[in-house]
Design a protein around this ligand. Structure first.
Ligand code: N2P
Length: 364
């Protein structure tokens, strides 16, 4: 050993050479949907592995996709929905997975994997996390007062201006998520939710432009609190989010009674998946986290917290009965018949949808 190495001491030299990583705590950077992770699980992961988790959130696929397709996100894990994945793969924005590093993938539910197959052939890029539906969350009493005798079982509650006019004063929110909103609006109009015909999107735009004066806000996560504390009475939202709102209101004992409905005309079922960006700074930590989340006892806790179904067959029996037996979380085969999957759109159609969605939001 040279004299200066001896003088500095070996560990200092290793640190200078960038080999001293063992002393430095590792970091895992996760970008996930809001209200979508039990913080206790992140703490458990850190306790077990020593890997610190930097966790941040988004609330729409559109926000996530813009970032991920640009690259250099600094994230190790991101969580798009099924219909976004093909565009991520084409853009080479996410890395193919080394399955040997995910032994717990054996627990995944074959039926959920079959739904994902068209989006990620061979399950090469994505590990399913949670899945759920889009529907209507509503304040039972406030809506009954304004729409007496009306069954709250149709998309007409949120798309028909005659209903909306009566609900305006108590507050209606729409998701700020163009693909999700077009899918359910097209379906309500009796059109293919995966239509590639611009005239169909035009008709859905007209429908939502007419509804817009009665919509207080387009937002994809604030409706949880707003419903729970009685600030609004109706929201087009994601199943588990609305069920979380219902729980928050019950815990607050504020007299707000909420319910969630998957309208009779049918709705979208979506699957959110963990993926690793191609330039993830710490893919090793990402693999460790993914395999941790694939443990049945871990993912069951995640579902208990989020009120979304997970994609782990071995976990179903470990999920709280209250969550597992709720058809708004785990839809029965009967309910499933009404659900459709949104397919991926090419960039040209995406551009049109984004342009029309701006019209909906601005009313012009
Ligand atoms: C979580 C919403 C996730 C559902 N707040 C959208 N795919």
């Amino acid at each position: 050993m040279r004299a200066w190495v001896k003088a500095l001491g070996l560990s200092a030299v290793l640190a200078l050479a960038g080999c001293g990583q063992a002393d430095k705590p590792q970091t895992l950077t996760i970008y996930n949907w809001s209200d979508y992770m039990d913080p206790a699980l992140l703490a458990d992961f850190t306790k077990e592995t020593g890997i610190k988790v930097e966790y941040s959130t988004f609330d729409s696929n559109e926000i996530l996709e813009t970032k991920v397709l640009q690259g250099h996100t600094g994230y190790d894990i991101v969580t798009p929905s099924n219909h976004n994945v093909p565009r991520y793969i084409t853009a080479r924005a996410i890395a193919p997975l080394d399955k040997a590093r995910l032994p717990n993938a054996k627990n995944l539910w074959p039926e959920v994997m079959a739904h994902m197959a068209p989006f990620d052939p061979g399950a090469k890029y994505a590990v399913p996390y949670m899945w759920g539906t889009i529907g209507v969350g509503y304040n039972v009493e406030a809506v009954a007062k304004r729409l007496p005798g009306v069954n709250i079982d149709s998309w007409a509650v949120v798309f028909d201006p005659a209903n909306l006019a009566k609900l305006k004063d108590c507050g209606v929110y729409y998701l700020d998520a163009s693909e999700d909103m077009y899918a359910v609006a097209l379906n309500y109009l009796g059109k293919d939710p995966n239509s590639k015909t611009l005239a169909d999107y035009q008709a859905a735009t007209d429908l939502m432009v007419k509804a817009r004066p009665y919509v207080r806000k387009f937002h994809s996560s604030e409706y949880i609190e707003a419903l729970a504390n009685g600030d609004i009475c109706v929201a087009v939202g994601y199943s588990g989010d609305i069920l979380q709102a219902k729980d928050r209101a019950e815990e607050a004992k504020n007299g707000v009674k909420l319910d969630y409905v998957i309208p009779k005309e049918g709705s979208q079922v979506w699957f959110d998946v963990f993926t690793i960006p191609i330039d993830a700074p710490n893919p090793d930590a990402a693999y460790k986290f993914l395999d941790f989340m694939l443990r049945p006892e871990v993912i069951a806790k995640a579902s208990n917290f989020t009120q979304y179904a997970n994609a782990n067959a071995a976990a179903t029996k470990l999920v709280d009965a209250e969550v597992r037996d709720n058809p708004n979380v785990y839809p029965t085969p009967e309910v499933f018949k009404r659900l459709f999957v949104t397919k991926d759109k090419d960039q040209a159609l995406m551009r049109e949808v984004t342009r029309m969605w701006t019209r909906v939001q601005t009313g012009q």
